[in-house]
Design a binder for this molecule. Sequence first.
Ligand SMILES: [Zn+2]
Length: 85
Amino acid sequence: MIGDERPGCAEQACGWALDHLQEFLHGELSEEAADAFRHHLTACESCMDEADMEAAVSRALKRCQQPVHASVELRMRIVGLHLDG
Ligand SMILES: [Zn+2]
């Protein structure tokens, strides 16, 4: 195995996740893909951080006047949906 310094985080999966991050945030992934995306983020801190930042930027661009709580909100949403199955 190459590049396994992050257990549970395959580089291939990270590439896939980052490729589809915008689609996920915009709700454009299929249910199956979105589920796989959430599953990866629950296991991958670096992609979760990336998603947090992207979500924060997206929200800031869309609604400049609202405070950004993307980090906690996104994390809870992902974990909640993951637990619900
Ligand atoms: Zn990842």
